[in-house]
Unconditional design. Structure first.
Length: 455
């Protein structure tokens, strides 16, 4: 039987869930059950609850359908083009007329489908299996995981490294694990969404400084010191993926030293490709020994599969192994990815040829596009080259015209970038030949003139 107290509790639950319309039906069902001493009454109640649930669920799905419609109307709905070939400088697109030049991938070194990585992945698959079905601290750590962590530490010149399923997970795990309410985290205003989300999870006092504005950063640091914060951590992307900007790490490190702060750099769009030997923005800026913490990914220049890492002082890594929730509660990196990634670090540690080829492609593209009259954003050495257009519709139409000419690029507009800052983001790769880069430039010039972007 349903007691009066249970009826009252469930009625209150309906109110808490903002479902007052359910109350009459629910109360009627409960009374019917009380009056029934046999099965049919119970069956009737179950059917009534089902109909009530269907009505509530229907409202929920209609709400989601409305969200989708609103995104389409606002022009923010994302449609995925389907690639039917391996990732490379040339790809085939589903329902396309033929191969197209790919200038929108994070495959900066051209390693995503490199035969040596495929072979290394296959060998690891044979020797270590498909997966571990476990988190690291139970039975999910193999020798190749420890070898990969050691290889990353050696590459960056750090004491230790911890692997995560992705750099998003690495960013989600670090701040909560190492910072408390007595501490402060000071973040660049254009940092990646994963950094923002990770900071939200921690209890530290949060500060934000204007994008790459060192005077504003110093103001925030002074405020932190005046308020007596215990520890201070400056957080920045090394390369800002929407703008092609490179963080002024020397100036950041100088301020960190002045105000006794730690420096954290997200190197997802820099590891393997920036600096003379591909050690990223710390090498490019000459501050390798002054950056305290590096978070990065295996999912972009370093083969493009999956996986992230935090590398830095041993004490930091030991804390993360014991407290970082994405590490403790996520499956370990697949053996094939670990095996292929070991081959990546062997390759980039032995030669900088790919870094030099990428930089040559960047110089060719940036120099000729600027000479043609296009407005470009970002650092001269950065393979992320935003072609600034301003108008969202123009960016969309121009990217479609480029695809019709066999060049695959993507337009970005609000809310991904600020209103009035729509652009096409071009990404160069070491896998591109000079002739392919020239084809991209020529297509831009042709479409740019047709659309009135350049004279």
């Amino acid at each position: 039987k349903i007691s009066d107290s249970l009826l009252a509790s469930l009625s209150a639950l309906c109110l808490c869930c903002r479902l007052p319309a359910m109350l009459p039906a629910f109360r009627g069902s409960a009374i019917a059950l009380r009056r029934s001493e046999v099965g049919p009454g119970r069956r009737w109640l179950r059917q009534d609850f089902r109909s009530m649930g269907a009505a509530v669920s229907g409202k929920f799905w209609k709400h989601l359908e409305g969200e989708v419609s609103a995104m389409k109307e606002a022009g923010t709905y994302k449609v995925e083009r389907v690639i039917t070939s391996p990732q490379a400088s040339m790809v085939t697109v589903q329902n396309g007329k033929g191969p197209v030049l790919n200038f929108c991938s994070n495959n900066y070194l051209g390693l995503s489908s490199h035969p040596a990585l495929v072979e290394a992945g296959q060998k690891a698959l044979t020797s270590h299996g498909f997966g571990l079905s476990s988190v690291r601290f139970i039975c999910g750590t193999q020798d190749i995981h420890k070898d990969l962590e050691a290889a990353i530490s050696k590459f960056h010149g750090t004491e230790d490294t911890i692997l995560f399923p992705s750099c998003f997970d690495a960013n989600a795990g670090i701040f909560e694990a190492v910072l408390g309410p007595e501490d402060a985290v000071i973040s660049d205003s254009l940092n990646h969404a994963s950094i923002i989300d990770g900071i939200r999870l921690c209890k530290a006092q949060r500060y934000r400084y204007n994008h790459m504005d060192m005077a504003h950063l110093e103001e925030q640091l002074k405020d932190c010191v005046e308020k007596g914060t215990r520890h201070r951590m400056i957080v920045t992307d090394g390369v800002f993926s929407m703008d092609g900007d490179i963080a002024p790490l020397k100036e950041i490190c100088d301020l960190a030293q002045k105000y006794d702060a730690q420096v954290f750099v997200d190197e997802c769009h820099a590891t393997g490709l920036l600096g003379k030997t591909g050690r990223g923005t710390p090498e490019l800026c000459g501050v390798e020994a002054r950056v305290d913490i590096i978070n990065s990914t295996l999912g972009k220049a370093l083969g493009g599969a999956t996986g992230g890492d935090t590398t830095g002082p041993k004490a930091l890594i030991e804390v993360l192994r014991n407290k970082a929730r994405p590490y403790l509660f996520s499956n370990t990196l697949a053996p094939a990815v670990a095996g292929a990634s070991l081959e990546v670090f062997r390759m980039i540690s032995e030669s900088s040829d790919l870094v030099e080829k990428l930089l040559s492609n960047v110089k060719q593209f940036r120099t000729q596009m600027a000479a043609a009259g296009f407005t470009l954003s970002g650092h001269d050495d950065c393979p992320i080259v935003p072609v600034m257009l301003g108008d969202a519709r123009l960016a969309s139409e121009l990217s479609d015209e480029m695809l019709s000419r066999g060049v695959y690029v993507v337009g970005f507009s609000f809310p991904v970038v600020p209103k009035g800052k729509a652009r096409i983001r071009v990404q160069l790769s070491a896998d591109h030949t000079p002739a392919q880069v020239q084809s991209c430039i020529d297509a831009f010039i042709e479409v740019g003139k047709a659309k009135g972007v350049i004279a």
